[in-house]
Design a protein around this ligand. Structure first.
Ligand code: UDP
Ligand code: MG
Length: 138
């Protein structure tokens, strides 16, 4: 079934100029980019985006990281996009990610892991709505 998911190229990967290589991987794996923007989140915006993790020990450090520099946010569309993009990203910790995945190739550690991807239909819907309105999606 055609699905949409939210992808973020995180500040580490944007700063390292890996965005082009990551976008190339998305397109060559069948994802269509139907919305895209480059923005610099405030700490407060990063905290709101990651509100599901508010009680986790890494919440403060994660939201510092996500607001330290610009990110590239995309809405991706494909059959089975949510699960397929999670597979292409690889495990949260790049050390555990499979060869050839985005996090294995471009991640540094469990926090600075290059990319974000929605983990369910519910989170995709919340996360897409957080960054885009319908008029911005083609
Ligand atoms: N994270 C972290 N330490 C951890 C787990 C996660 O810094 O022990 C960061 C990491 O950047 C991760 C994000 O918090 O991508 C969200 O965590 P989640 O468990 O949702 O992982 P994901 O869905 O991104 O694989
Ligand atoms: Mg997650």
């Amino acid at each position: 079934m055609l699905e949409r998911t939210l992808s973020i190229i995180k500040p580490d990967a944007v700063k390292a100029k890996n965005a082009g290589k990551i976008i190339e991987m998305l397109e060559s794996n069948g994802f269509s980019i139907i919305g895209m923007k480059k923005i610099h989140l405030t700490k407060e915006q990063a905290k709101k985006f990651y509100i599901v993790h508010k009680d986790r020990p890494f919440y403060d450090s994660l939201t510092d990281f996500m607001s330290e520099g610009p990110i590239i946010v995309m809405v991706l569309e494909k059959d089975n996009a949510i699960e397929d993009y999670r597979k292409l990203m690889g495990a949260t910790n790049p050390e555990d990610a499979e060869e050839g995945t985005i996090r294995k190739l471009f991640g540094t550690n469990i926090e600075r892991n290059a990319v974000h991807g929605s983990d369910s239909k519910e989170s995709a819907s919340y996360e897409i709505g957080f960054f885009f309105n319908e008029l911005e999606l083609v």
